[in-house]
Design a binder for this molecule. Structure first.
Ligand code: PLP
Length: 457
């Protein structure tokens, strides 16, 4: 842990860096809020949370106050913060070759592709590298369109696929975003028994009716016009909506019946989060294209990509694939991928995520659901869980934003960095979390939710 700095004598210009280069939480906040235009934020209402350093599952500020990271940032630090082998690999690669154009053959890039393919089912033969999750989805959609010669993409209303042009219109959750590129994008409802669109009362009914609905959408849009069905294997940002058994196999059958490419977005669910290398393994289904990012190198250097099945890869043997960015397959990101996957294998990180989910998080959250009247439902797998908070368990009305703000503030006050979205707390710690750390975080969460429930009107 770094020692706290003491620079009371430094008075930066409003919004400027301290003249001697040292920082306090106050000077960071003044400079950051003064100078940095933040994503997904109202610039006048930015949170006052500062992180100066991190290690494993903990982050700390300049004053040396620590928080247990139950968010994995944006659900990406699957290997925890500052893993020494990954940091060293990035440093070594920087000394060897810090940048190279995407079309140039390079050993680290080939090694990264080989590491990823080693964990993919037979039939996947190539990896296309991107800078993150959104451009992975953009490129997967483009591959499907060129491969099929069709245009439309069906995705789920409750989904997040990224914030670039095609990715954001494929996203169902953010339809308030300007829709100028929405050509050819169609949405359908997926299974979500707790708030069923299909009046279902069992997972079996929910799955069967969601599949019927999806097939009706495909037929109504004209199956011959649909290039791809794009789904998150487990919709994450929308609430960790683990699909019922058989649903994804049913989607696979619909895709096959109509010659549609099945793209599964594993940007959040992949690389250990669900307790498997890929979440689709849990559902006994194999897609045609898989998009990934985040956990592939724990986000140490921006990276993502598309795993491509042989049939689609061969489409581009003699035909140029019209996609790629200057930094696609950046050597520092590739070195981080190789080191991350190696560390995950050596330290059995995926197995740890499965065990912590089954033995610690799942039982604790089910106990919480039984005891706390604010909790409507808990659901999840591995280190990928959501607690849905409701004002009334009968009507399932979501708690108002003020309650979520109280939950968040109390968690931070008690040393837990939570992930909150709408009326939910997502329990998404790094996959390397120990049982002791998981118990510690869950105890804080439980105390917070008990206190908020006791205060609730
Ligand atoms: N797909 C999913 C399932 C995601 O959760 C995200 C980001 O949270 C994205 C795509 C977009 O990834 P990125 O922010 O790296 O572009």
């Amino acid at each position: 842990m770094t020692s706290p700095t003491s620079v009371e004598h430094v008075s930066p210009a409003p919004g400027g860096a301290p003249a001697d280069g040292s920082w306090t939480d106050a000077t960071v906040l003044a400079a950051d809020h003064g100078l940095v235009f933040h994503s997904w934020s109202a610039q006048g209402r930015l949170p006052d949370f500062v992180v100066a350093g991190a290690s494993g599952c903990r982050v700390w500020n300049h004053a040396g106050r620590t928080w247990l990271d139950f968010s994995s940032q944006l659900v990406n630090t699957n290997l925890g913060h500052q893993h020494p082998a990954v940091v060293a690999a990035i440093q070594e690669q920087a000394g060897l070759l810090a940048t190279i154009a995407p079309a140039t053959a390079n050993a680290t890039r080939a090694a990264a592709a080989s590491k990823i393919l080693a964990h993919a089912p037979a039939g996947f033969t190539k990896v296309f590298f991107t800078n993150g999750g959104a451009d992975a989805n953009e490129n997967a959609i483009r591959m499907a369109r060129v491969h099929t010669g069709r245009d439309k993409v069906v995705s789920a209303y409750r989904s997040y696929h990224g914030n670039t042009a095609a990715a954001v219109v494929a996203t169902g959750d953010w339809r308030r975003v300007p829709n100028e590129y929405a050509r050819g994008h169609v949405h359908a409802f997926g299974p979500y028994l707790y708030r069923s669109e299909f009046w279902a009362t069992t997972q079996g009914e929910e799955s069967a009716r969601a599949l019927e609905h999806l097939e009706r959408v495909v037929q109504s849009e004209g199956a011959a016009s649909i290039a791809a069905i794009l789904l998150e294997t487990v919709p994450g940002t929308a609430g960790v909506l683990v699909p019922p058994p058989g649903y994804l196999r049913g989607v696979r059958q619909i895709a096959d019946r109509y010659g549609i490419v099945l793209i599964l977005d594993e940007v959040m669910a992949g690389f250990g989060r669900t307790g498997s290398w890929f979440a689709f393994e849990d559902h006994d289904v194999v897609p045609d294209l898989v998009t990934f990012a985040k956990g592939v190198n724990s986000g140490y250097v921006p990276a993502g990509g598309v795993l491509i099945c042989d049939a689609i890869a061969r489409t581009f043997d003699d035909q140029v694939f019209p996609g790629g960015l200057t930094y696609s397959g950046h050597p520092l990101a590739m070195a981080a991928i190789v080191a991350t996957i190696t560390a995950m294998e050596d330290e059995r990180v995926v197995e740890n995520a499965a065990r912590i989910g089954a033995e610690v998080i799942g039982p604790a959250l089910r106990e919480l659901a039984a005891a706390n009247p604010l909790v409507g439902e808990v659901r999840g797998t591995g280190v990928f869980w959501a607690i849905e908070l409701v004002a009334d368990r009968g009507t399932r009305e979501p708690v108002p934003p003020a309650v979520m703000a109280r939950v968040r503030a109390l968690c931070l006050e008690r040393g837990l960095l939570p992930f909150t979205a709408d009326n939910r707390v997502h329990v998404v710690p790094p996959c390397v979390i120990t049982a002791q750390e998981a118990h510690e975080g869950l105890a804080i969460l439980r105390s917070v939710l008990d206190d908020v429930a006791a205060q609730a009107p």
